[in-house]
Design a protein around this ligand. Structure first.
Ligand SMILES: CC(C)(COP(=O)(O)OP(=O)(O)OC[C@H]1O[C@@H](n2cnc3c(N)ncnc32)[C@H](O)[C@@H]1OP(=O)(O)O)[C@@H](O)C(=O)NCCC(=O)NCCS
Length: 372
């Protein structure tokens, strides 16, 4: 039994294909290198859900449906106001998305049509939940969504109260495209396992959010930024990274279960990190990242994954560190819901077996006072 189910094929899917040796990632047959420069998050979400790139009319319908669904119920905002200030945004997100379920008129409707509506609604509203959680945590009122902005632009607007400029909006949009799906990663698998019990879509994606929170999965981008801040200056890179090697600590944002070569998402994020740095006139975080990458490449033969350069990109365009993983969820909601739709369409309960390594099943019960 390979530890962590490494390389085990656990199901069929037509949503996403990865060739880890070639560094290839495609959504529904479209290479990520085609989509990142040309597509939008709304178009990519449509592709993931419905299997084909939309016509102009279909794209407008999906865009409008997502924009219309952005507002979250006042009751949810009101309950979020009572979340403790100490709650981290991933906790607020996990609970906020779970709360939305009780206000969705389609919540318990398992028809294809209702589930498609829920996929659109969840993907639209997760951005609103994250932005509201961030503002409430900072003691500010949530900013209601605007329907005239892109998903990426509106997310930034709900966070800051200001529409982003083109550079920031496109950086956010490309990041959303790059993170939207990744085959049977831990959070998508968790979502599929839950949906395969025929539990509702909200329960499924809440499982996914829980799995994404961990530092071995979505939490790595925040840890990568914490490392950059701890290093602080390029002159400290060698000492800090060598100490981490000596302490056998993992460098956040490196290594991957599937890719044995460059993670194709990292290729875009490396460029975006530099462009963002040049745009704000400060390439320090990108420079430190490049230095760390060179060392980890040369001395550990490990490549940067999606999380490494997303850290400096997000930080440079002004996202706070504890929003990095929630922003990953804003994007991955499209992938989770696409996989859940696929699971429902041809479902069988996911219930594997364990290789038993406990004692022989022959033990006899004895009273507590006779136990050694
Ligand atoms: C992604 C990850 C969880 C994959 O895990 P995995 O397939 O189980 O691989 P392992 O953790 O067993 O790593 C294999 C070897 O590479 C080393 N390694 C893996 N990632 C490493 C990293 N980021 N830094 C240093 N060493 C690393 C391990 O220590 C291990 O070495 P060993 O064989 O000498 O013990 C792992 O690479 C990791 O923890 N990376 C850091 C967190 C991260 O960036 N996560 C986001 C993934 S997109």
């Amino acid at each position: 039994m390979p530890a962590g189910l490494k390389d085990v094929v656990a199901g069929e899917s037509g949503v996403c294909y990865i060739d880890g040796a070639k560094g290839l990632l495609s959504y529904r047959g479209y290479n990520i290198h085609e989509l990142a420069p040309n597509s939008t998050f709304e178009e990519t979400s449509h592709l993931l859900w419905f299997g084909k790139l939309p016509t102009a009319g279909e794209l407008e319908d999906t865009r409008a449906a997502m924009a219309k669904a952005r507002a979250i119920p006042d009751e949810v905002i009101s309950m979020m106001r009572h979340f403790p200030k100490s709650a981290v945004p991933m906790e607020a997100l996990r609970s906020g998305v779970s709360l939305l379920s009780m206000f969705d008129p389609d919540s318990e409707d398992g028809s294809v049509e209702a589930n498609s509506r829920k996929a659109i609604r969840l993907t639209a509203q997760v951005a609103t939940v994250v932005a509201a959680a961030a503002r409430l945590r900072d003691g500010n009122d949530p900013v209601p969504p605007r329907g005239d902005l892109s998903h990426a632009g509106n997310f930034y607007y709900m966070l800051t109260g200001e529409a982003p400029n083109e550079v920031v909006e496109r950086a956010l949009d490309i990041s959303l495209i790059l993170h939207a799906d990744h085959e049977l990663n831990a959070s998508t698998f968790a979502s599929r396992v839950t949906s395969a019990t025929l539990a509702d879509m909200y329960s499924a994606v809440t499982s996914g959010i829980g799995a994404l929170k961990g530092p071995l999965h979505g939490g790595a981008n925040a840890n990568a930024m914490k490392l950059l801040l701890e290093i602080g200056d390029d002159s400290n890179v060698e000492a800090v990274v060598h100490q981490m090697f000596a302490d056998k600590k993992k460098i956040p944002g490196f290594g991957h279960r599937v890719y044995t070569t460059e993670d194709p998402r990292a290729t875009h994020l490396r460029r975006m990190s530099r462009e963002a740095g040049e745009w704000v006139g400060n390439t320090k975080w990108c420079d430190i990242s490049a230095h760390i990458e060179k060392m980890v490449n040369e001395e550990k033969k490990l490549n940067a994954n999606v999380d490494f350069y997303s850290a400096s990109t997000y930080y440079t365009i002004g996202l706070s560190i504890d929003l990095f993983t929630p922003f990953f969820a804003v994007s991955r909601m499209a992938g989770w819901t696409a996989h859940v739709l696929e699971q429902y369409a041809d479902n069988r309960l996911i219930r594997p077996r364990a290789e038993y390594i406990g004692p022989e099943p022959t033990l006899k019960w004895v009273p507590p006072d006779q136990r050694g």
